[in-house]
Design a protein. Structure first.
Length: 148
């Protein structure tokens, strides 16, 4: 086995999760490989440090800032929602008028009208499909409330 293969076993060794055969193989390798022995010692120290860590409760001042910030975010969210709805309505109306003018215009050939309407229909179907898929996965995302 290569040293890289043994490095993958080291955390399992420290956590006593290795099978007896893997444990003996790793211990035998550590006797003859100072680099892996040093890395295991580094992992051991890291594990000690992380086990001693504890989460600190936030101060009251931080909670107050958080809750005052929520109201600002709600206001902004409502503003973006209203802006989006207005934009969608304007785009839908503009698209309707453009299609209406296209159909009524006698200077444009029938084949060209069919091609343009087919293109617009395809784009609309793809847009709805992507939005539906995004909404589906967003609703089922277990980590959507986690800040990234």
């Amino acid at each position: 086995m290569r040293c890289e293969d043994f490095k993958n076993l080291m955390m399992g060794y420290l956590d006593a999760e290795l099978a007896e055969g893997e444990k003996k193989t790793l211990e035998e390798h550590l006797k003859h490989c100072p680099a892996c022995s040093a890395e295991l010692e580094g992992f051991r120290k890291l594990k000690e440090v992380t086990e001693e860590m504890a989460l600190a409760d936030p101060e009251d001042r931080i909670w107050e800032q958080y809750w005052s910030g929520i109201y600002n975010r709600i206001e902004r969210d409502i503003g973006w929602i209203l802006l989006s709805i207005g934009g969608i309505i304007l785009l839908a109306y503009g698209g309707y008028k453009a299609v209406e003018d296209l159909i009524v215009d006698p200077t444009i050939g029938v084949i060209l009208k069919i091609a343009i309407l087919t293109l617009i229909g395809g784009i609309a179907i793809l847009l709805v499909s992507v939005l539906r898929e995004r909404l589906y996965f967003w609703k089922r995302d277990r980590y959507r409330h986690v800040r990234r």
